[in-house]
Design a protein around this ligand. Structure first.
Ligand code: ADP
Ligand code: MG
Length: 347
């Protein structure tokens, strides 16, 4: 729960900027032949031959995007990489390189930045990603992290948001809402801790939720799975802001509507139990909670037999004409217009 108070506190000034960069990057190994030059020159050099190059970037600011009182730095590093890789996979591409830029205030000793890079390093190892550059600077207060991910795909394999067609099936990977609930659990424990610093949090009933919040995994496996199943989605997006807002992106950009069936939305048993405990509506949480990093995609109906038995994939609805609108069909059979916040009937 609490920020790891490391015994050793080496000030960043002792190493200097170049010493720090060298220290942080020395253990990273290059895995891709597309990386011609990584860290150490004025710029990285990559060679993707006849592939299309996919580039995405994210900026994370302490106090806005993360809270270090319950987010260990190692997890933050891992998660920051995942958020970027997820965007590359959402294009049906394979991620291969990242750059990492950080701005650090003098509140952080070397040991803290080492922890952050441990998480980045683990993510690079687990997902076969080359760290090829970045920038290091100081900040007046707090920590900033910006990661850029680079990936590749054959031109004919890239999947956009704006190509869903009427009658396509709407498919989601994994389950939804857990990461948001994990955050609620951690925030509750933080408040308990502030009142009683001797309290020991018992998170056993919430282990899946907390893991989904602190150590999300980008769905690289799904990109391979879809290739193995010989399914090319007609449109795809990753779920970083909540199912509802991502469905609306696909519908708006593809000029279509949809029916999303409430009863089909995949939920983990811990999500259902915790929603009951916290008196929350699990559908609202799945629609509006963020940071699940699952993939949402549409497929042509012809491809349904190829995906139907797969435990990672759930058909949650279908695409309609635009005139129909984007709707949630409730368990009671009622049709409610989807909004970016969930659906219209909630506040
Ligand atoms: P420049 O002055 O040309 O911007 P830097 O001294 O900032 O170069 O960086 C030197 C090398 O170290 C470059 O390859 C750069 O991409 C890399 N680098 C700098 N900061 C980081 C970082 N935080 N993480 C990974 N690589 C970094
Ligand atoms: Mg620089």
């Amino acid at each position: 729960m609490i920020e790891d108070k490391n015994q050793a506190r080496t000030s960043l000034a002792e190493l200097g900027e170049f010493g720090l960069i060298k220290h942080l990057t020395q253990n990273f190994k290059i895995a891709h032949s597309t990386t011609i030059k990584g860290v150490g020159d004025d710029a990285a050099v990559l060679d993707f031959k006849n592939k299309q190059v996919i580039v995405t970037t994210d900026l994370l600011i302490e106090g806005v995007h993360f809270d270090l009182s319950y987010m260990p730095l190692k997890h933050l590093g891992y998660k920051a990489v995942m958020a970027n890789l997820s965007d590359v996979y959402a294009m049906n591409g394979m991620a291969s390189q990242i750059t990492v830029s950080i701005a650090v205030s003098n509140r952080f000793p070397l040991e803290a930045i080492e922890e952050l890079y441990e998480g980045i390093h683990l993510a690079c190892k687990n997902y076969a990603i080359d760290l090829v550059g970045g920038d290091t600077t100081s900040s007046v207060t707090g920590l900033l992290i910006s990661i850029t991910a680079i990936g590749e795909a054959k031109a004919e394999d890239v999947v956009y948001r704006n190509t869903a067609k009427t009658n396509d099936l709407l498919v989601v990977t994994g389950d939804l809402g857990a990461a948001y609930l994990g955050l609620q659990v951690l925030e509750r424990e933080k408040q308990v801790f502030e009142v009683n610093p001797n309290s020991q949090p018992d998170l056993t009933n919430y282990s899946y939720l907390v893991e989904r919040q602190l150590k999300p995994e980008a769905r690289k496996d799904i990109i391979k799975l879809l290739k193995d199943l010989d399914v090319k989605p007609t449109a795809m997006i990753d779920i970083s802001d909540g199912l509802s807002s991502e469905i609306l992106h696909i519908c708006e950009q593809s000029n279509v509507g949809c029916n999303l069936y409430e009863e089909k939305i995949p939920l983990d048993p811990q999500v259902i139990a915790t929603c009951e405990e916290f008196d929350l509506n699990s559908t609202t949480i799945a629609l509006s909670g963020g940071e699940d990093y699952e993939l949402l995609f549409t497929i042509s109906q012809e491809d349904f037999p190829k995906i139907k038995a797969n435990p990672h994939l759930t058909v949650i609805g279908h695409i309609t004409d635009k005139s129909h609108g984007a709707n949630l069909v409730t368990r009671a059979g009622q049709q409610i217009e989807l909004t970016a916040q969930g659906w219209n009937s909630i506040k």
